[in-house]
Write a protein that binds this ligand. Structure first.
Ligand SMILES: Nc1ncnc2c1ncn2[C@@H]1O[C@H](COP(=O)(O)OP(=O)(O)OP(=O)(O)O)[C@@H](O)[C@H]1O
Length: 238
């Protein structure tokens, strides 16, 4: 049964790149401990919407975001755009997994341990305990536990994607944003990730951009379907 607590409350969200609006007036409650699928035609703004949820869009020049996004926490609602919000801490709580796996050119253990090391956690026993836990949560431990020093790029595509999920999980996020995480994978690797996502919703709130109707129907507790707006042509000056 779906937990009905709200984890993210979005009101009147609007995003534009320069003068071009991607979407406006988006209001949505994302339930805690559930999988919310974001669907819609190509170019409608699914990735843009997803990356607005942990302020990743701010890395883009010319982007304008308005409206409110509130994150539920132990001390009530946190406005993610408030001056008091630490953006690095926000991205620890609301982590992202991208479409293509992006392991760093280093060992399997080192990849997962990196966010901990960057945070100043360097004690060997702490690192080992947390990395093993994340690899187990990502359903990868059985396959890599005996070769933790191997270069992560020697893993298969599906294993690399689960490694990237482990690298996010090691910081114990509350929300995981997934941008078409299986689109570059074969059917077996896709099935492994899907079973992992179903497990993860026991500890995390998941927001999943997906183009696969089958995937949405088998995984999602809620679907947020973004509709295509009619766009007027804008010709460059010549
Ligand atoms: N950095 C950027 N600068 C300008 N326009 C951008 C930028 N990033 C995205 N856009 C535009 O914003 C719109 C939405 O893009 P977005 O990638 O969010 O769509 P999407 O629904 O995720 O697409 P797809 O399903 O193809 O991945 C598109 O028209 C795109 O061209």
């Amino acid at each position: 049964m779906m937990n009905q607590n709200i984890k993210i409350r979005i009101r009147d969200l609007r995003v534009a790149y320069g003068k071009s609006h991607v979407f406006s007036g988006v209001s949505l409650d994302i339930p805690e401990g559930a999988i919310t699928a974001v669907t819609g035609p190509s170019g409608v703004g699914k990735s843009t919407f997803l990356f607005s949820l942990n302020r990743l869009l701010e890395a883009e020049s010319q982007v304008r975001v308005s409206g409110s996004i509130l994150l539920a926490g132990e001390r009530g609602w946190q406005d993610i755009h408030a001056a008091s919000t630490d953006v690095y801490e926000l991205r620890r709580k609301v982590a992202v997994v991208f479409q293509n796996p992006n392991p760093l050119p280093m060992g399997i253990f080192a990849n997962v341990a990196l966010p901990l090391r960057l945070k100043g956690i360097g004690r060997k026993a702490d690192l080992e305990e947390r990395v093993v836990r994340a690899l187990k949560q990502a359903h990868l431990w059985e396959e890599v536990g005996h070769r933790l020093g191997s270069d992560a790029r020697t893993l298969s595509g599906g294993q690399q994607q689960r490694l990237c999920i482990a690298r996010s999980l090691v910081m114990q996020p509350e929300v995981l944003l997934l941008d078409e995480p299986t689109s570059s994978l074969d059917a077996a690797a896709e099935a492994a990730i899907e079973s992992l996502l179903l497990d993860l919703k026991r500890t995390c709130t998941l927001v999943l951009v997906s183009h696969s109707r089958r995937q949405v129907e088998s995984l999602a507790d809620l679907e947020f379907s973004m509709g295509q707006r009619e766009k007027k042509p804008v010709f460059p000056e010549c």
